[in-house]
Write a protein of this length. Structure first.
Length: 378
């Protein structure tokens, strides 16, 4: 249920989605404007839509800048607390991460400048001048072109200021890490940025409690959780990022012929410690993967014992090359735990277990260091 979202379209080859919880925000804005009748509610929803259009453009700023460095964006999802652009990976080069991070707020600066120009034109066209705080508040609450533009100006100013707070992994936190990474190693830069991010999140939680703003509290919790999660990912990836799959894969893993009947599986599975087994065809070419769940589902559906496993296995499985760098796999969308490793002809040569890849990688790196020319043992 939590994963459900509605697709709004695909633009610049990037899908844009809105999370189902966004409906609560629409209802809230409509309720807040109901004092002004139906038109007031409609105006409140229009303000909300304009606000999240600015958020979406902000995320496209990140996405399209990342594309300039060869990093694609998986999708953009709008949540009640803001938008999230899922990049295939975070640019590892500090100055590239800096540019990707500032691109989002830069878009809002441009939008704000355009709105300022439009407001100036509207003022000349005899729109009520904003000479006092009361008049500004009245303009914001009254459905009008100038009120809408003024609201969007405040939204973009808020997006710029809020996102540049040095709370990792927000834009300001990524700017901080990129600047630190120009002077110290990437892992240490991430640790420092995460520390400031958690500190900022705690301050935001205190402010949320004092101001009685639960939405700010949710944002603070999200920042703290996301920052610590990314730090764990960096801690795991950094020691092994330069290694290739061949260094950590399981050699000659168990496999099943696609012609193996289901009736023979109990004995074969009892000898195999892995919950997921590659299925191969002629000449050991990978055709799929078979899990215990696949077998259980087939039996529940009444499959005969003579049914070959090739009809039960999942065939939408991608293989990885032994020359693939671990960084490219671990920095992208979360893959399955087990990935079959195949040569250029599709022949099975190994199996990558992502749950043990860090330990295997550190052992491989240690072995490489010990056997390198000039290495000495104490």
């Amino acid at each position: 249920m939590w994963q459900k979202r509605l697709k709004l379209g695909t633009y610049f080859r990037i899908g844009v989605y809105v999370h189902w919880t966004f409906s609560f925000l629409i209802a809230y804005f409509a309720y807040q404007g109901f004092d002004g009748g139906v038109s007031g509610s409609a105006y409140g929803v229009l303000i909300l839509c304009g606000m999240f259009l600015c958020v979406t453009l902000h995320e496209y700023g990140h996405a399209l800048t990342a594309r300039r460095f060869g990093v694609e964006t998986i999708d953009i999802t709008l949540f009640p607390i803001g938008g999230v652009a899922r990049l295939a990976k975070i640019p590892r080069v500090p100055w590239q991460e800096f540019l990707v991070a500032v691109a989002g707020p830069a878009v809002n600066v441009v939008i704000g400048g355009l709105i300022l120009g439009a407001l100036f034109v509207l003022q000349i066209a005899d729109f009520p001048p904003m000479e006092s705080e009361e008049m500004v508040e009245q303009s914001l609450q009254t459905p009008s072109a100038s009120g809408f533009l003024l609201a969007m100006l405040l939204v973009n100013i808020t997006l710029v200021l809020f996102n540049l707070i040095p709370a990792f992994p927000m834009d300001g936190g990524r700017v901080l890490r990129s600047l630190l990474a120009m002077a110290i190693n990437y892992r240490s830069a991430t640790r420092v940025a995460t520390f400031f991010g958690v500190l900022m999140a705690i301050c935001m939680l205190v402010a949320a409690a004092y101001l009685r703003q639960p939405l700010l509290g949710f944002v603070a919790l999200f920042i703290g959780y996301a920052g610590l999660t990314e730090r764990r990912h960096v801690e795991m990836l950094e020691p092994i990022r330069h290694l290739e799959v061949r260094s950590v894969m399981i050699l000659s893993p168990p496999r099943l012929s696609m012609d193996t009947p289901l009736g023979e599986l109990p004995e074969l599975l009892a000898q195999n410690p892995l919950p997921l087994i590659p299925v191969v065809g002629v000449d050991e070419i990978v055709t799929g993967m078979l899990s215990i769940e696949d077998v259980s589902r087939a039996l529940r559906q009444g499959c005969d014992a003579s049914t070959p496993v090739g009809m039960v296995a999942r065939h939408d499985v991608e293989t990885v090359s032994p020359e693939t760098r671990l960084e490219n796999i671990l920095s992208g969308p979360k893959p399955d735990r087990y990935l079959p490793v195949a040569d250029d002809g599709g022949h099975l040569i190994g199996l990558l277990d992502l749950q043990t890849v860090r330990v295997r990688g550190e052992l491989a790196a240690t072995r490489a260091t010990e056997t390198s020319p000039g290495a000495t043992k104490n």
